[in-house]
Ligand binder design. Structure first.
Ligand code: SF4
Length: 479
């Protein structure tokens, strides 16, 4: 099987894994080495359904000995199978990187033979990338549950971020849909990664401070940091009956106890006929979207999970975002005076984000803030006005300050599959690396776009646009 055919199969097989976004760390370029990473998140962009697509996201292999009910790669499915050799994949990654197609690698895998063998193949690939090619770009590697601790350690010193998929929100569901996996095998590597990150950070901090006793244990060669961008995990939402209440409590516990950087929610996508799976024929993006909003409140807005959801109402309101929902249920907290309220109170106001709240704190040192100033600061005044006073004057004059009245003003149902403003910029459905899509560049090339395509720029018409080009030997890197 040629390399393009392998890439087509293995990139397509990886698209259901959502646990990747930005690089999360800064590492500058170095003479004689290749690549860099930026914490600003240069490694991401999103398809219409919210999935990240700019890393080279592939599986080492889609051969798998496990038979998870929800997975397209499960052993009992008759799908084309392929496997990269470590050198093939490493060279391919560098080749794409040199052409500026990608800014990093997201590497996962089916379980070939056993977890240790699978991880060894991944380690070999990353070792070639890091040590032979000197690749300093971002790498996100999946840890396969059940892998030996020594191999997790080796993989962690080669990757920037690692993730172990939780897969399903409860052990009962895991037993039902992924019988070969169990909670202990998933949690053990997560704990190991947490502990190793903490030890590595402490050691490096001491070495930076030149602590006397550290001079005796300084490694001879500078060792790569262990998973410097932290770890994340992913849960499938909607394949099993767990409520948002259970899912958010689990997420909060994971952030608290395992110091995760992100918990990703993946709306269940039906790909298999299986009696154990629900009869859903639509991707539950609305629910995924609300869960991400709630997750944002937990991580950046200082909310506690008990403020967002309770057992009596175990699902997030589909018509109202969780922050507006909290505000409507806590009207005695409002209105908040924007010119004097502490940061924590500003963060509770619908329409004021983390950046907006900080800008308000700074701007009000020199001026009394009113509508025009707030609008200039980028505050969503149309939403915020119901909950604030400016210089003692209520900004939502004439509004019905009751839960029903405010709900009517703030309700904004999520449209499934169209995630806000992104929907206008992206093509519908899951974006494939190979399928032809009407991108702005292509539209311009066809003379339909706002501007004609720059002369000499690659186009679909001349066959030089797309991934195929990366496989043509145009640089010193052999593929
Ligand atoms: S372990 Fe389960 S989820 Fe992962 S590739 Fe194999 S069948 Fe799919």
């Amino acid at each position: 099987m040629d390399l393009l055919a392998k890439l087509e199969i293995l990139a397509d097989a990886a698209k259901y894994d959502v646990a990747c976004t930005s690089s999360g760390i800064d590492r500058s370029a170095q003479a004689g080495k290749l690549g860099n990473t930026m914490a600003a998140g240069c490694c991401h962009s999103f398809a219409a359904d919210g999935r990240c697509i700019t890393l080279l996201k592939v599986l080492m292999t889609n051969v798998c000995t496990y038979d998870c009910a929800y997975c397209v790669n499960r052993a009992s499915n008759e799908v084309p199978r392929a496997a990269f050799k470590p050198r093939e994949l490493a060279d391919l990654t560098v080749s794409f990187y040199r052409r500026n197609y990608i800014e990093g690698l997201f590497l996962s895998s089916g379980v070939i033979r056993n977890p240790d063998h699978t991880t060894e193949l991944m380690i070999q690939t990353l070792a070639i990338l890091r040590e032979e090619h000197g690749f300093r770009g971002y790498i996100h590697a999946k840890a396969v549950p059940g892998t030996s601790p020594e191999l997790i350690d080796q993989l962690g010193h080669l990757a920037d971020r690692m993730s172990v998929n939780l897969e399903l929100p409860s052990q009962r569901s895991l037993r039902l849909l992924a019988p070969e996996k169990d909670k202990q095998h998933i949690l053990a590597p997560m704990k190991q990664i947490r502990d190793s990150i903490a030890v590595d950070e402490d050691t490096r901090a001491l070495m930076r401070r030149n602590a006397t006793y550290m001079t005796q244990v300084n490694p001879k060669r500078k060792e790569r940091a262990f998973v410097p961008a932290g770890q994340s995990t992913q849960m499938i939402i909607g394949a099993t009956p767990e409520s948002d209440f259970q899912i958010l409590n689990l997420s909060a516990a994971l952030y608290r106890t395992l110091s995760l950087k992100r918990v990703f929610f993946s709306a269940y996508t039906p790909v298999n006929d299986d009696a154990r799976l629900p009869d859903a024929d639509a991707v539950q993006l609305n629910r995924e979207h609300r869960l991400y909003q709630a997750d944002w409140l937990l991580r950046f807005y200082r909310f506690d999970v008990t403020e967002i959801i309770d057992e009596a109402h175990p699902f997030l309101d589909p018509d109202l975002d969780p922050k507006a929902n909290w505000a409507i249920n806590n009207l005695d907290f409002f209105p908040v005076e924007v010119n004097t309220a502490p940061l924590e109170s500003l963060l509770r106001v619908p329409g004021i984000g983390v950046r907006g709240a900080r800008l308000i704190m700074r701007a009000r040192r020199t001026a009394c803030l009113r509508e025009s100033e707030l609008r200039k600061l980028g505050i969503a005044y149309k939403r915020a006005r119901f909950f604030i006073t400016c210089g003692g004057v209520y900004a939502g004059r004439g509004a019905d300050f009751s839960p029903e009245g405010l709900r009517a003003q703030l309700a904004a149902p999520v449209k499934g599959g169209a995630h806000g403003r992104r929907s206008a910029k992206t093509t519908p459905g899951q974006l494939s690396l190979f399928k032809k899509t009407e991108t702005p560049e292509k539209l311009r090339a066809a003379g339909k776009g706002p501007r004609a395509l720059d002369a000499g720029a690659p186009s679909a018409a001349d066959g030089s646009f797309g991934w195929q080009r990366a496989l043509e030997p145009r640089t010193t890197v052999a593929v």
